[in-house]
Design a protein around this ligand. Structure first.
Ligand code: AVJ
Length: 330
């Protein structure tokens, strides 16, 4: 354990982010700056998840227009026993992007895992959530891993040699391009392959009617707009920049040709932002691309899983089909 790792009752937190940030904070900052100076400007959706961003994402999941979360919850409820039987019990349960751990919470009684490993980029949220989980499941050892797995999933040393169930719900895989998603799934497959009895439980949102996707990412209450705009407040803290939130507006829409929802922040007027001492002018209407959320037909995602080396697939689908849950084994 490093200096920043600490014990909290039966909970252990591995702060990979602290270690990593200390090592290449400059590289992270440089990548963020480079994206913002680019034309078109862009930034990584990982910057959404500061404290306020996590709360706003929780609110998005309760919006009438944002169907993915409740559709996935309904699928899990309907097929819980069947899915649990396919997975088996007593394995390590690794929650990728665990957030508030609410989705995993409903699985633990059915999977009786040997340990629960919550992986996330948001430190305060995961620490709070694991404290709650430890009280609810006193017999299950809890490990929190603070890390950014968008590039590499270096979990090998955090895992034991026992079989592992990876849990990647919410269609978060959609934040990767299909090529990146394939590379990420290959890493999961490799961790599974050396631990016989392992697999991946993953939820994937489907391509569908543009009007429904547009509404899901541009809701009437403006919660998604606040979630998107909040990234500027986070970036200001990270970079010491002076983005004016009122100088930008939210855009969220389905790009059917690209098979993805896109979110952008659009300058409402010409303005200049000071980025690391250098002015970055924005023309009126110029956009910062903040997120892609790729959507997959079940057959498209099945072939992506196969390209990543998963050979044994089971799936469960919500009517529409709006959403698919896969259990994939090497
Ligand atoms: C957390 C990546 C699954 O893409 O639907 C919600 C994030 N962005 N509304 C998604 C999000 C805007 C969400 N994921």
């Amino acid at each position: 354990m490093g200096a920043s790792d600490h014990l909290q009752g039966s909970i252990q937190i591995l702060d990979r982010l602290g270690t990593r940030r200390a090592q290449d904070e400059a590289a992270e900052r440089a990548a963020l700056l480079a994206g913002l100076r680019n034309t078109p400007a862009s930034l990584s959706p990982k910057y959404f998840y500061d404290e306020l961003g996590c709360a706003l994402y929780g609110a998005i999941c309760r919006l009438p227009e944002y169907y993915p979360t409740r559709t996935e919850i309904a699928l899990f409820q309907q097929y819980r026993a069947e899915i649990a039987q396919a997975i088996g019990s007593g394995k390590q349960f690794v929650d990728l992007g665990a957030g508030d751990c609410c989705k995993a919470e409903s699985w633990l009684p059915f999977l009786a895992p040997s340990r629960y490993v919550a992986v996330d980029i948001a430190g305060p949220e995961i620490t709070r959530a694991l404290t709650r989980m430890a009280q609810e499941f006193p017999g299950v050892p809890m490990l929190g891993v603070l890390t950014d797995f968008s590039r590499t999933l270096d979990l090998d040393e955090a895992l034991t040699k026992e079989p592992v169930t990876f849990f990647y719900p919410g269609s978060s895989i959609g934040n990767f391009t299909p090529d990146e998603a394939c590379a990420f799934l290959r890493q999961v497959q490799a961790l599974c392959a050396v631990r016989p009895g392992s697999g991946l439980l993953i939820g994937v949102d489907s391509k569908k009617d543009k009007a429904r996707l547009d509404a899901a990412y541009d809701d009437a209450l403006g919660v998604t707009a606040a979630f998107n705009l909040n990234v500027l407040l986070h970036v200001n803290r990270v970079l010491g920049s002076d983005f004016d939130v009122r100088g930008f507006r939210h855009r969220g829409f389905y790009n059917a040709e690209a098979g993805r929802v896109e979110m952008h922040l659009e300058a409402t007027r010409a303005q200049s932002v000071c980025l690391d001492g250098v002015a970055r002018p924005f023309a009126a209407g110029e956009r910062i691309h903040t997120e892609n959320s790729y959507k997959y037909l079940a057959e498209e995602f099945a072939s992506l899983l196969c390209s990543a080396g998963f050979a044994d697939l089971s799936h469960w689908q919500a009517p529409g089909p709006d959403y698919t849950v896969f259990y994939a084994r090497p």
